[in-house]
Design a binder for this molecule. Structure first.
Ligand code: IPM
Ligand code: MG
Length: 350
């Protein structure tokens, strides 16, 4: 019996994952759902954002679905006790190095994009973000006080050949099932890691993926091209930090960050980690007005990438589309539906 570990987390996390529970009960009744505290709520109750037991439960599950972490009440906690540190620790413990972040514009929502509808209509980009390396994890990292009293902060951007290669492989494989094009983004004009990134991707492409169109683009130019002509992209592969930034930018093209899921994958057979791209939205938390679609679509990705149920994933995706086509809109999409009512709309379509 497959198991899904739910980590509702903080802010709107519990509200949106509650809708995932309802959808899962309807769509995949044989799936066992378990739940663990994670993030700020875990820090409050267990003294740590990520307990050993949560790690062990995650590693033993077939998939893990997180709601959201963080909030102003934990902003002054020591860095290693912050909810965000729990998330980075979980990604690392699970070894989920490839983060798939689709930026997909639903037809019904093209008018809600920050860009003109004709520029985003039909948009379907997959950003593959390296998730367990780079400046997020590189050592050394510290803040020190210098002799003259100034303070100095240091982060380290570091990548090895194998780290670049394995995430690029995921991107090339995905492209083959899509429009067969990969755009690799780095800053090889100023960074050593960028130079290595470009070399490794080029070599891997020549060796194993010559049938896929490969393009290299500096990350700053990619940021510009994303708003200028986003449909030129199919799969984008990039490092942890650039991927964080470019995926938020791409999300805004689709008519709302409340809609976009993500999948973080590691070695074959290991559980994946699924997260909405949105944050904990403390300003609306507890009001029952958050959009549950990003969480529901994260469950859709879990069905597809970890639970081997493409059939159910297809049904769920179609149900979300039907709900949106039928005019279901939460507040972030300019409507009035509550979080639970959006859940109802998806269940109705199912
Ligand atoms: C994301 C978030 C996280 C990140 C934070 C919450 C640690 O912005 O998943 O994009 O920077 O990776
Ligand atoms: Mg982010």
């Amino acid at each position: 019996m497959p198991t899904l570990l739910l980590l509702p987390g903080d802010g709107i996390g519990p509200e949106v994952t509650a809708q995932v529970r309802r959808v899962a009960a309807r769509l995949a009744p044989d799936l066992t759902l378990i739940e663990r505290p994670f993030g700020g709520i875990s820090f409050d109750t267990l003294g740590t954002p990520l307990s050993d037991e949560t790690i062990a439960t995650a590693l033993a599950a077939d998939a893990v679905l997180m709601g959201a972490v963080g909030g102003p009440q934990w902003a002054s906690a020591p860095r290693d006790k912050r909810p965000e540190a729990g998330l980075l620790g979980l990604r690392q413990a699970m070894g989920v190095y490839a983060n798939l972040r689709p930026a997909l514009c639903f037809d019904a929502l093209a008018g809600g994009s920050a860009l003109k509808a004709e520029i985003v209509a039909g948009l379907d980009i997959m950003i593959v973000r390296e998730l367990t390396g780079g400046v997020y994890f590189g050592q050394p990292r510290f803040i020190e006080t210098l002799a003259d009293g100034q303070r100095r902060g240091v982060d380290t951007q570091v990548y090895t050949t194998s780290e670049i290669e394995r995430v690029s492989r995921v991107a090339f494989e995905l492209a083959r099932g899509r429009r067969n094009k990969v755009t690799s983004c780095e800053k090889s004009n100023v960074m050593e890691t960028g130079l290595l990134w470009r070399e490794v991707v080029t070599a891997l492409h020549a060796r194993d993926y010559a049938d896929v169109t490969l393009e290299h683009m500096l990350a700053d130019n990619a940021a510009m091209q994303l708003v200028k002509n986003p449909r030129q992209f199919d799969v984008i592969v990039t490092d942890n930090l650039f991927g964080d930034i470019l995926s938020d930018e791409a999300a805004m093209l689709t008519g709302g960050i409340g809609l976009l899921p993500s999948a973080a994958l590691g070695e074959a057979g290991k559980p994946g980690l699924y997260e909405p791209i949105h944050g904990s939205a403390p300003d609306i938390a507890g009001q029952g007005v958050a959009n549950p679609l990003a969480a529901i679509l994260s469950f859709e990705m879990a069905l597809r990438w970890s639970l081997g149920r493409d059939d159910l994933a297809d049904r769920l995706f179609a149900a979300v589309k039907t709900a949106l086509d039928g005019g279901a809109r939460t507040r972030d999409l300019g409507g009035e539906l509550s979080c639970a009512a959006m859940g109802d709309a998806v269940l109705g379509a199912l």
